[in-house]
Design a binder for this molecule. Structure first.
Ligand code: ATP
Length: 372
């Protein structure tokens, strides 16, 4: 049973469709990430789930309850949807203490004082805010303020949390810490969470599943592993992973090579079988491979000259300490390799590079859809 369900949901602003035919099911207790570039429609989707925005068409369910269905005149306002929202700007009340900020939604609901007190204390304990309950927001760090904002959402024990880039105002180090804290907290509470971000690292590290959106269209929904290892199209393949996947135009030869003009790579028998079935022998395709699946030949396990190797010029090396991002060039073709830090490559030198063909992807040149 889905906890949140969108069926054929559209949102139009005038002629512009910000969200197009969105179908998405979020499971009970799941941490679902809506991921995509700026303007792709993720905030609009979240706002429709919250009730801050009404869909133009389609149905939205929270639990078994139909909360939006414009065709049948159904629209449940945000306050009756049993959701809590956390935004990028914490929107704390500056004149209130941490205690009063967290207690606020319970006071609005006119809960008995004693129950309010107990729930605020529980939440403060959970979030490590017990010592700070008497402080005002301006006396807190960014991370502490964000925790108070979370506390205010948690204290209501909602059915669903909706979060819109809640960590993006924090500095890089704090963001990494809060990422882990938030994920742990979500599992502890077991509350279904829908979390909007444009940061693929945040998505990969926090999400049980990721819904990748581009231009208002849902591209793929899957676990972090699924979207990383088996992207459904070039958009997902290019958006997830840093540095991004290399895309190279190729022709598939009769003998089962991906021919780039400058050099060629032998595909594996299974891959050739799939390409043959799809009628792609002799056709132009897009070959995709992640930088970490290209090796300095010195460190490669399986080297077959003429099949999975080529000579390449090292143009630039970005040393990240743990690895080296190496800009490689063969003739006019350029691509990136992520080499282990022990690699002794030098800028301007020629080296042998090896491709892990098990990790190769092929995409349709016109539609961008993955063949594998
Ligand atoms: P960001 O990460 O920049 O917040 P987003 O993916 O959350 O991006 P949305 O805020 O959902 O994007 O916006 C999707 C598209 O809809 C954008 O092109 C935006 O300009 C447009 N849009 C959003 N709200 C409105 C509105 N009220 N009126 C007109 N256009 C809107």
């Amino acid at each position: 049973m889905a906890e949140v369900k969108l069926v054929g949901v559209w949102k139009k602003f005038g002629d512009f469709a910000a969200v197009k035919d969105m179908n998405l099911e979020v499971k009970d207790g799941e941490f679902m990430i809506l991921l995509g570039p700026s303007g792709c429609g993720k905030t609009t989707t979240l706002r429709m789930i919250s009730g801050l925005e009404e869909p133009t068409l389609g149905k939205i369910y929270i639990g078994e309850k139909l909360v939006a269905d414009p065709e049948n005149g159904v629209f449940i306002p945000p306050k009756d949807r049993d959701i809590a929202m956390v935004f990028q700007s914490y929107a704390l009340y500056p004149h209130m203490t941490v205690y009063d900020n967290i207690a606020f939604p319970l006071k609005l609901r006119k809960l008995p004082k004693q129950e309010i007190n107990q729930r605020v204390k529980e939440v403060a304990e959970l979030l490590g805010l017990t010592e700070l309950l008497k402080r005002k927001p301006r006396e807190l760090s960014g991370g502490q303020r964000q925790r108070v904002a979370l506390g205010r959402a948690i204290v209501r024990k909602p059915r669903v949390f909706l979060m819109d880039e809640p960590l993006s105002n924090l500095d890089a180090k704090l963001r990494v810490r809060m990422r882990a804290e938030l994920k742990k907290l979500q599992k502890q509470l077991g509350v279904t969470t829908i979390y909007v971000t444009h940061d693929q690292v945040e998505a990969m590290t926090m999400g049980d599943r990721i819904a990748v959106i581009s231009h208002g269209i849902l591209q793929q929904v899957g676990t972090p592993e699924e979207v990383y290892d088996n992207p459904k199209n070039t958009f997902v393949a290019g958006f997830i992973g840093s540095p991004p996947m290399n895309f190279m135009d190729a022709t598939i030869t009769e003998e089962g090579f991906a021919d780039f003009g400058e050099f060629r790579l032998k595909l594996l028998p299974d891959q050739i079988g799939v390409l043959r079935n799809e009628g792609l022998i002799g056709k132009e395709v897009v070959f995709g491979i992640r930088p970490e699946d290209i090796y300095d030949a010195m460190f490669a396990q399986v080297k077959v000259p003429g099949e999975n190797m080529t000579r390449a010029v090292v143009d630039i090396i970005e040393n990240l300490g743990s690895e080296k991002i190496v800009h490689l060039r063969v003739g006019n073709m350029t691509f990136l390799g992520a080499f282990r830090s022990e690699s002794k490559v030098q800028e301007g030198h020629e080296i042998d590079v090896v491709f892990d063909m098990n990790k190769a992807h092929i995409f349709d040149k016109t539609s961008g859809k993955a063949v594998f």
